[in-house]
Design a protein around this ligand. Sequence first.
Ligand code: ATP
Length: 422
Amino acid sequence: MKEYLEKIPEELRGLINKVRSIAAQENLRGYLVGGFVRDLILGVKNLDLDIVVEGDGIKFAESLGQQLKAKVIAHKQFGTATLSLRPSLKIDFSGARSEYYPKPAHLPVVRPGSLREDLFRRDFTINAMAIDLSDGKLIDYFGGASDLRNKIIRVLHDLSFIDDPTRILRAVRFEQRYSLSIERQTLSLLKSALRNKMLEQVHPHRTRDELILILKEENVVKEIERLHKLSGLDFISAKLKINTRTRVFLKTIKKEIDWFNQRNPGRRPLDTWLVYLIGLFDPLGIREIKSICAKFGLRKGEEKRLLSYKQFKLSWVKELSAVTIKPSRIFALLEPLSYETILVLRSKHNNKRFKRNLADFLEIYNGLRIYVGGEDLHCLGILPGPGYKEIFTQVLNAKLNGKVKNKEEELELIRKLIKNRS
Ligand code: ATP
């Protein structure tokens, strides 16, 4: 094992040795490439392995999949395959290829190529290095390691942002993530691409994917500020502005996300990017949000969460800010909302009681379950039907308001409800 292979995290070593031995058996040259190599040099943990093979990447992935008894998903039209081992561990395989862009901002035409060509088609020098799996040597044709040392982001050629303008968003993302700076010539190419409105020419789904990656970064506020300064946010909507209020709002959202993650570890993971997006879209109207969702192809569930924030009435905020509101009412108002929406509401309205009530919903009311079930109603002689839901809601409301505490009290309440009905 040579210099760079020795830096590989302990948990990946066995796997990489397996990859190396299969490459040797099949007489193929395999290389670790891209972000994994960049992060290895930086000493940043990264478990997403990206392997380029001079030859058939899919065949290679399938041989490894067989040996490891792991699932391989192949994309024949792209010559790529992904092998998933654990939820957090995956390896992407591809055959080395070269690309050319017949039309600016459109997808490239791809054909098999050499490793050098494969590295040349990449976004920045820092992402265009490889480690040869046979001897562990770093292959760095374009000066990526020295750019990393000098904390610089540099494109590989002058047409880079014209070929693929999403690299503008990627430049901002890596610049802010690693505190790098965009090299002078690269910055001038980037600005020229922006002046020529290149970002608007990319298919919106590709812009969306890169924007989501930005919103998933650790320091979203920094990223968005930089993006706003460089390009503005007109490519999303001309009505989006970043001012002091937005900055404070986004920072508050970050605090709310941290609060949620600390206090509610057992819940489903948050879509943090969507929490920020809901906040970012605060100045927009419902029609504008719907049209952005359509243009960028956001999913129905994502659109619903964005809209539910805008549709939350001020009179409900007032109700939720009152000391006297009953837990059952808090539940009724907040239960239709997602965690993402609730966190942005908590960020927006600074009233202490409002925030407390929303916290109580998340921490207490939302997890409450009643003891009685369909079987119990059946035993009480109630025939299955829509009436069941009504009864369960009344029992839950009573439980939320502290009126019933155990199964016996719940059954007692149901008997009373039946009696009043008849
Ligand atoms: P991250 O740590 O955010 O996952 P990454 O560098 O691994 O960063 P990916 O988007 O997974 O980013 O891409 C993997 C590699 O593919 C990059 O390192 C880069 O070499 C190449 N790449 C990705 N997107 C582009 C692009 N738009 N143009 C050129 N090369 C790209």
